[in-house]
Design a protein around this ligand. Sequence first.
Ligand code: SF4
Length: 393
Amino acid sequence: MPDTNRPDLTSLAADGPAAADGRLPLIGLDKAELAALAVDMGEKPFRGTQLFQWIYSRGARSFDDMTDISKAFRTRLADTFTLDRPVIAQEQLSEDGTRKWLHAFTDGQKAEAVLIPEDDRGTLCISSQVGCTLTCRFCHTGTQRLVRNLTPGEIIGQIMVARDALDEWPTPKDDSRRITNIVLMGMGEPLYNFDAVKKAMQIVMAGDGISISRHRITLSTSGVVPEIARCGDELRVNLAISLHAGTDEVRSQIMPINKKYPLKDLMEACATYPGASNARRITFEYVMLKDINDSEADARALVDLVKDVHCKFNLIPFNPWPGTPYECSDKKTIERFQSVLTDAGLTCPIRTPRGRDILAACGQLKTDSEKLSAKERRAQAEEVWAEKEAELG
Ligand code: SF4
């Protein structure tokens, strides 16, 4: 017989599917929500702050770990809620030290996260959606249909799993941390799931939470112009734009979203991005595609295009994936392209591809495990692209 005296806490749980045993997710709730939950369970609101710190600062995996909370309350919490993170369905380690996790969420959907360790930092690239609605032609994820948005808890869960793997709990207060930076540059368009991304990043930025400063968080968008100012106003994180072309003609060919939000509108949104300055520049990501966007004329068009924006560039040698129609520009071409930008006073390092051997580099993430030939993959990509472009209008 169900206990009818027990309050219905379903509405207080984090968004997302319940576990197989019916318990509800707690990861993804912010401090105010945890306080409301504590009150609803007959406790004082400060228990919410304690829960918040146990979950996001100390990385508790079990309610039993929360030793300054009464045993009776811990038992009631454990009866109804879980602190489950996504399950690691697959983990791969590149020869260059890059680590890629394939996360499986409670309903079986999957998304990837990649940790890129460097001498002075560790950057974790996380996903915001399973699949993507967009069709950037150079991107492997773009050949996958959108399955669903990730919840705040699933977005944060990717960071918590990485911290678990590195044994980085409680949140280090000094500079010994190995995960120093977060980039929303994995699967999906974060500005098409902005409410969830915003909530997740607010928990990540909280000093008594995961505690990563907004200066170390970068949201990367394909250019969803109407949401860009909101991102600057409400989150104030760094902005990166997948630019990849200096003219509408080329950009619309490789990024169909450009037909909806052309370069003029995108540049205006960048020029007025809240908080952008010479000290805090917008990053333009530019993938080098042989004979598509890599000529000196393309570089000169870019110089002209970004003249009103505080910006820097990352030149990314294209990372091939099975079935792609593109090739990477050769080294000389990339260097020539770089020198046009450098001569115009723009910062534009050529990025060393990371994790290529495990398909963890930029634009290579995709979570199906179908075994298809390159030709079959190409045919499948064309079919998905056609469908998505019809939806984009
Ligand atoms: S680059 Fe980003 S927005 Fe474009 S298809 Fe890939 S995941 Fe989607």
